[in-house]
Write a protein that binds this ligand. Structure first.
Ligand SMILES: Cc1cc2nc3c(=O)[nH]c(=O)nc-3n(C[C@H](O)[C@H](O)[C@H](O)COP(=O)(O)O)c2cc1C
Length: 229
């Protein structure tokens, strides 16, 4: 059995955890992760996302499909960098994102629940900020496979200024839902390119997930997405 360092594993690279690639029976490879220790407030900088490479957009569209048979295992930092950049990373010098956002307000937040912790993606820093340590993946959905996915993304709408205006709430929630859809499709295409599985989910235990994410009362969970090998 061959053990090969991949570098820092999970999202907790630079903290403690390292993952190894293990050649299993028949030469099949699977990724395993060592125990990691993270704490709320830890910041994990992601490698810069490459602007080229990967599958062409039409090839990725041809491969996009929901899959729920997650095999376990982690996603490495280079891949996380690409997946999250596809979700809502900064792609221009003026700070705008890979997805369109209403009035360029960028009110969408993406959270990542993996085996190490709960993280908020910071697009400007291209980094993950730990909200809570621990494996909370199972809380992100009602279906058993969510605990087997390497991670579950959760898309959250944050209200903009002026939310008290008549009719404004419906408008910003509608816009944020559109933005979450764009982000989730970006992740789905990146998953296709990376050979990873993904499925978007509208089902999750609202109260428990809100508590784990530590959301403010006026923040709204829009959608979840399970990703992994
Ligand atoms: C708004 C929305 C909510 C969904 N919610 C769930 C869900 O809670 N659980 C799940 O397993 N799949 C969910 N799906 C995935 C759909 O079941 C899937 O997209 C559909 O069966 C079509 O399959 P395809 O994505 O492979 O084309 C959802 C999809 C959408 C667009």
């Amino acid at each position: 059995m061959e053990h090969k360092w991949l570098g820092a594993g999970l999202l907790a690279m630079g903290v403690v955890g390292l993952c190894t690639l293990v050649a299993g029976p028949g030469g099949a490879e699977r990724t395993v992760t060592a125990a990691v220790t993270v704490a709320a407030g830890d910041v994990v900088e992601l490698p810069e996302a490459p602007r080229g490479g990967g599958m062409g957009v039409y090839g990725a569209l041809g491969m996009r499909a929901s899959a729920r048979d997650f095999a376990g295992g982690a996603i490495g930092p280079e891949t996380w960098s690409r997946l999250l950049w596809a979700a809502c990373g900064v792609n221009r010098t003026d700070g705008r994102w890979t997805i369109p956002t209403a009035l360029n307000r960028r009110d969408l937040r993406v959270y990542v629940l993996d085996a190490a912790g709960v993280w908020r993606y910071d697009p400007e820093a291209h980094a993950l900020v730990c909200r809570a340590a621990g494996d909370w993946r199972a809380v992100s959905g009602a279906q058993p496979y969510v605990a087997e996915a390497a991670a579950n993304l959760v898309y959250v709408a944050v209200p903009p200024e002026g939310k008290g205006r008549r009719g404004a709430r419906e408008a910003w929630v509608r816009c944020a839902a559109f933005e979450a859809g764009c982000a989730a499709q970006g992740v789905a295409l990146a998953c296709a390119s990376e050979g990873l599985k993904n499925v978007v989910r509208g089902s999750y235990p609202e109260a428990e997930l809100r508590a784990v994410l530590g959301l403010a009362e006026d923040e709204i969970i829009l959608m979840a997405q399970s990703v992994g090998p």
